[in-house]
Every structure is written in structure tokens, then in C-alpha cells.
Design a protein around this ligand. Structure first.
Ligand SMILES: CC(C)(COP(=O)(O)OP(=O)(O)OC[C@H]1O[C@@H](n2cnc3c(N)ncnc32)[C@H](O)[C@@H]1OP(=O)(O)O)[C@@H](O)C(=O)NCCC(=O)NCCS
Length: 376
């Protein structure tokens, strides 16, 4: 019997220059830069440039890159019509469908050169928010709002969602959230995107794969589940009993645990502080209090087993307080991750080998085929 590594746990698939994760100490670098510096000092636009081109931009490079992102936000009317046809679907299904539909209108769809893949990654990064916002408005019976090139990436997304220019603080919150979600090594959705790219399929197919893989609650769906749990708990006094019963029944507390981190996910820190401040500002401190109670009480013993808070634990409370409906939480994660999927595909194309593992067969062998009329 060959050695079977279930879930490919701890298996190295390839080398990368995209991001570095030390799960034991909770360290994350994008292209060598600490996530804490990027979250505090950078912008999503700059981080996308860093990921795609490998170094921080000069002021002129960033201005040109930002202009390119702003110029590519529009999606064809045909794609809006498709989104209208599927408006009853989950926002992640609409995003998957929208990205897939965009492939019909991208002149470089079949060009898998590194240069064209980066250009397509920039376009998809710019167009993704337009798909999510248009679908969200269509499903409410509202007209989509056209992109506003006076606003930055996060500000424009909020503008297209709600039809109003957001305040700077709110746009900054989302900007940080996009930065924190931009790249994370060979996570399940990036692995899915790499598998697609490894067949020498194109970036639209790979990003469509990424969206499909991200949708599951074990990956991108956790923030939504955390907020649902918080709403069920309702008040900090109920948190302990709720969590204990849930764990005793064999359930998991979403937003805890990670395949790679045994220490706290370094991204959680930035959302924890911001969830607290936002809750106080909006006069709704209880969501942070519930989460804090779970982290510092019920889940404290789990720390010793390496089950610590992850990026999704506080994200849901922030989205909720920004009036973003809970079924849109994963889509926001996906919008942040498009540059990371693009980079993983670029690396795959650069030194490609078909990703094709083996399965050890444990079924029956050499059975006799009985014609249907002779089966009992
Ligand atoms: C992310 C996740 C799938 C990683 O799982 P994994 O590396 O495959 O680890 P396992 O699922 O094998 O879990 C290992 C042990 O920790 C426990 N565990 C893991 N996450 C837990 C959680 N959130 N709550 C309670 N227990 C948890 C498991 O029950 C298991 O215990 P056991 O060994 O007694 O059976 C898992 O931690 C999880 O389901 N977390 C909740 C979902 C989530 O927040 N996802 C977002 C990730 S960014």
C-alpha cells in the first residue's frame, strides 16, 4: 500500500515566490513584505502591483497601474444580462458565472503568455467588484450602478453596491480587508486554480475554478457562518452556553483553526481591532463582545492544540456593520483573492507540469460483466 497523504496535508507541491507562511509563529509575507506593514501602510492597489510584478511600485508606476485598474472596471452589457438571468443565485454562483461569461468578451482569453495572463488578472481584479455589485442590485430589482473612476478600488465597490459615495474610513476598512485576503500560498482555491492552469487552460477558467473552490464553508464560507452564529447567540451572556453545547454536539466554532497556522493567523489582528472600533462607532459593540468572549473563554483551551482564531473570525462582524448582507461575505473574500489566484497561475505557467496525483484503488477487481437481462 503506498503512503497516502489525505488532504495533501503538509505536502510541498512546488516552490513559490508569492507568499511565505510560517504557521508555527503566525507569520505571513507577500513577496517578502510583512502582512502587518502592508495592512497598516499600503493600499490594495499597491499590493496587487506588488503581487503581480514582484516589487513595490514607484509613485509613477502605482499611478499608471491604478489608472489601468480604474479603466477596466466596466463589464459588457451582455454579462449584465447574464447576471440578470441568474439573479436568484447565490452571489458566489453569480460571480463564478460572471467571470466565466467575461471570457467571451476578453480578446486575450486564449493567450496564456505571462504578459497576457497578468493583463487578464488586472482586468478580472477590476471587473470582479462590478459583477458582484451589479448582481446584488439586480436581485433587489435595482439598476446596476456604473463604476466611478474618481474612486479607489474599495470605494468604488461600495459605491456600486449602495449607489452612494462611502466615507473614507469605510472605504479604508474594506481596503485593508482586500489586502489581507489577496494571497495565501497553496490554499484550496489557489490549488484548484493551479490544477486548471496546469492543463494549460486559461486564466478565466482558473479564476472560475478558484471561486468555486472558495465557496465552501471550510475555506471562504467561514465569515458568513461566524456572523450567523453571533446572531443566534445574540448577547455576550449567551455565548458560553451556546458554544459549549455546539462543541459537545460535535460542531466546530467557525473562524477557528487552520490547515497551516498553529498560532494565531496574523491577518486576524487587523480585523479584530477594526471590528471593535467599528462596533463602538456604530453603537453595536455586542458583536465584538460575543466574538471576544468566545476567543478568550470557550476557545482558549483550543489554543494549546493549535486551534486559534483565523482571518474569518472578525471579518463577518465588520461586513455586517457595513450593512453588507451575509451571503456576500465570501464574494468579498473572492474579490480580494483574484490577484493571488492570478499570481499562482503565472507561477504555474512559468514552470508547468500537469498536476495529476494518484488514488489507491480499494474497490473490487475483475468482476464478471453480467448482461442486464440476467441480473436478479
Ligand atoms: C480550517 C479547517 C478545515 C482546518 O482543518 P484541518 O487542518 O483539516 O484540521 P482537522 O479538520 O483535521 O481538525 C483537527 C482537529 O481540530 C479540531 N478543530 C479544527 N477546527 C476546529 C474548530 N473550528 N472548532 C472546533 N474544533 C476544531 C477538529 O475537530 C479536529 O479534532 P480531532 O483531532 O479531535 O478530531 C478547520 O480548522 C475548520 O473546519 N475550521 C472552521 C472553518 C473555518 O474557520 N475555515 C476558515 C479557514 S481560514
Amino acid at each position: 500500500m503506498p503512503e497516502i497523504v489525505k488532504g495533501l496535508k503538509d505536502v510541498y507541491l512546488d516552490t513559490t515566490e508569492s507568499s511565505f507562511i510560517d504557521g508555527q509563529v503566525g507569520k505571513l509575507l507577500y513577496r517578502g513584505y510583512d502582512i502587518h506593514d502592508l495592512a497598516e501602510k499600503s493600499t490594495f492597489e499597491e499590493v496587487v502591483y506588488l503581487l503581480l510584478y514582484g516589487s513595490l511600485p514607484t509613485a509613477q508606476q502605482l499611478a499608471d497601474f491604478d489608472a489601468e485598474l480604474r479603466a477596466n472596471r466596466r463589464i459588457p452589457n451582455e454579462v449584465i444580462q447574464v447576471l440578470d438571468l441568474v439573479k436568484a443565485s447565490h452571489p458566489m454562483d453569480a460571480l463564478r458565472t460572471g467571470i466565466s461569461a467575461l471570457s467571451a468578451f476578453d480578446p486575450e482569453v486564449a493567450d496564456n503568455s505571462i504578459e497576457a495572463t497578468i493583463r487578464k488578472g488586472i482586468r478580472l481584479t477590476a471587473q470582479g467588484p462590478t459583477i458582484v455589485a451589479a448582481h446584488h442590485r439586480l436581485r433587489q430589482g435595482l439598476e446596476p450602478v456604473a463604476p466611478n473612476s474618481d474612486l479607489n478600488h474599495s470605494g468604488n465597490f461600495l459605491y456600486m453596491m449602495f449607489g452612494e459615495t462611502p466615507d473614507e474610513e469605510t472605504a479604508n476598512l474594506l481596503d485593508v480587508d482586500f489586502i489581507l485576503h489577496a494571497e495565501h500560498g497553496a490554499n484550496a482555491s489557489a490549488f484548484g486554480a493551479r490544477v486548471t492552469a496546469s492543463t494549460i487552460s486559461d486564466l478565466h477558467s482558473a479564476v472560475t475554478t478558484g471561486v468555486g473552490v472558495l465557496k465552501g464553508p471550510a475555506h471562504g464560507g467561514a465569515a458568513e457562518e461566524v456572523m450567523k452564529m453571533s446572531l443566534e447567540i445574540g448577547n455576550p451572556e449567551n455565548a458560553e452556553e451556546y458554544a459549549r453545547k455546539h462543541l459537545e454536539a460535535g460542531g466546530r466554532i467557525m473562524g477557528f483553526g487552520h490547515r497551516v497556522y498553529r498560532a494565531e493567523d496574523p491577518r486576524a489582528r487587523h480585523l479584530r481591532d477594526r471590528a471593535r472600533v467599528l462596533g463602538e462607532k456604530k453603537g453595536e459593540p455586542r458583536w465584538f463582545q460575543i466574538l471576544s468572549h468566545l476567543e478568550q473563554n470557550t476557545m482558549l483551551p483550543y489554543r494549546d492544540r493549535g486551534i486559534c482564531v483565523n482571518v474569518d473570525f472578525f471579518a463577518g462582524a465588520i461586513y455586517y456593520l457595513l450593512d453588507i448582507p451575509d451571503d456576500l461575505f465570501i464574494s468579498i473574500f473572492a474579490l480580494g483573492r483574484i490577484p493571488g489566484w492570478t499570481l499562482q497561475c503565472v507561477e504555474q505557467y512559468k514552470d508547468n507540469i500537469l498536476i495529476r496525483p494518484l488514488l489507491e484503488y480499494t474497490g473490487e477487481m475483475d468482476l464478471e460483466y453480467v448482461p442486464i437481462e440476467q441480473r436478479g
